[in-house]
Design a protein around this ligand. Structure first.
Ligand SMILES: C[S@@+](CC[C@H](N)C(=O)[O-])C[C@H]1O[C@@H](n2cnc3c(N)ncnc32)[C@H](O)[C@@H]1O
Length: 418
């Protein structure tokens, strides 16, 4: 039996019900779930009982007690995943071995920017960099809490953290000396891998205990369901729901045998998909290009102050419809008298009279952004740092941005000529 078959054999007796669905390796997407027969809309294709979930409740209590009381559920689940493998003969480990065996390896996750060298991270589009900075801060906080326990466990001070037999040496808590950091790199990499598994595979889930925690903590891992890949078309994806019995996944269209069955992770643009999940889709209806850098650079301080006062400073995006209303407002600052601008903002003027001037300014900004994208593609193409798939992912992201910009440049030029 291969690892996928072993997972199914393990999950069945636990109450996981696959109905016309089976896991399959999908080129470029790891494992996915595929229809094994014709599926009709509204059929429940997968059910996962609550008892199968890995949640705050399944993290061994002795481990929870050793970690900071305010540690995030994300951090706790990752600590459990990491330390579960430390003692392969432990009861906990054998409970989840079949599930762990199908999880992506560190190499599989290498396209996630959190694992990239800093030189490549620095070349991400600004929106992705901002998301990555937040993610890094979350990870750093969780690692600071887990590190003493991980060091003690791996260093042999305690053979089985889950058994609760040993406490962490006080001198190891909060250490940040350089040598210590160096020695801990291997442990940190293992924790980062576990942390990314949690990041990419949890579902929204809450219960009485989790409700007392922030919404960010409302999460659970579930076997088999964590094999659903993402699609951007949320109108036809499987609908996910849960109650006190468990999760169920309901089809909302017809699937033929061999069709991949997806869920939607959310209406995310590619910067978010890349940072949170390590992939970016060439066809993504929710993708967008953030224009803050190029728009803000054109505005003087007093114009920025006015925009701030009216709640329009920043968050300028180009999506498949064109530039957003916020961008229209900001750009109008550059070509309208104040009264005209105010009337547009107040909705008293539809802005038609100034649209041509606005389009011209936007065109210049999009061309500038296009040139930035072209430069990045060339720059990354000439680099040797990091893994080839990481550089390819970065180039792919910039090419997607280039494509969106080019489509809209053509649109504006076409409109001006007609
Ligand atoms: C919840 S898991 C889905 C199962 C996963 N494919 C596996 O092999 O275990 C999420 C991960 O699957 C991959 N993935 C999901 N949807 C994808 C897509 N549309 N294109 C490429 N990769 C995708 C990404 O690596 C993502 O982090």
């Amino acid at each position: 039996m291969d690892t996928i078959e072993q997972l199914i054999a393990w999950a069945g007796p636990k109450g996981v019900k696959l109905n016309g669905l089976g896991p399959q390796r999908m080129p470029g997407r790891g494992i996915g779930l595929v229809a094994t027969r014709e599926i009709q809309p509204n059929e429940i294709v997968l059910e996962i009982p609550i008892a199968c979930l890995r949640t705050l409740d399944t993290v061994p209590k002795p481990l929870v007690r050793k970690l900071p009381p305010k540690m995030s559920v994300h951090g706790l689940l990752a600590a459990d995943l990491m330390l579960d493998g430390v003692n392969p003969s432990s009861e906990e480990h054998s409970r989840y071995a079949a599930w762990d065996a199908v999880c992506p390896t560190p190499e599989d996750l290498s396209t996630a920017p959190l694992l990239w060298p800093e030189e490549l991270q620095a070349l991400l589009p600004r929106a992705a960099r901002e998301l990555l900075d937040k993610q890094k801060a979350k990870f750093a906080k969780d690692w600071a809490g887990v590190r003493p326990v991980a060091v003690a466990t791996a260093g042999g001070a305690e053979k089985d953290v889950a058994s609760g037999s040993t406490s962490v040496n006080a001198s190891q808590q909060g250490t940040d000396d350089k040598d210590g950091d160096h020695e801990d790199e291997g442990l940190k990499a293992r924790y980062k891998h576990a942390w990314l598994l949690v990041n990419t595979r949890t579902f929204y889930y809450t219960n009485a205990k989790l409700k007392k925690r922030p919404r960010d903590d409302h999460m659970a891992l579930q076997p088999v369901a964590d094999l659903f890949n993402h699609t951007d078309d949320d109108s036809v994806t499987c609908k996910v729901s849960f109650d006190y019995r468990g999760f169920s996944f309901r089809a909302s269209k017809i699937y033929n045998p061999g069709d991949e069955v997806h869920i939607c992770y959310g209406r995310h643009g590619n910067d978010k998909l890349l940072v949170e999940y390590g992939f970016a889709m060439d066809e993504n209806r929710w993708d967008e290009v953030v224009l803050d850098e190029v728009v803000l650079a054109k505005l003087d301080e007093s114009q920025r102050d006015v925009l701030e006062e009216f709640g329009f400073l920043g968050k300028y995006v180009l999506d498949r419809e064109g530039v957003c209303y916020r961008t229209q407002v900001a750009v109008r600052m550059l070509c309208c008298k104040h009264g005209e601008w105010r009337r547009f903002v107040d909705g008293a003027d539809d802005g038609e009279a100034t649209q041509e001037a606005v389009d011209l300014l936007v065109l210049g900004m999009l061309r500038e952004s296009l040139s930035t994208a072209a430069t990045k593609i060339e720059e990354v193409g000439g680099m040797a740092v990091g893994r080839p798939e990481q550089r390819e992912m970065l180039v792919r992201r910039w090419k997607q941005i280039y494509q969106i910009l080019q489509t809209h440049i053509h649109r504006i030029v076409g409109k001006a000529q007609s």
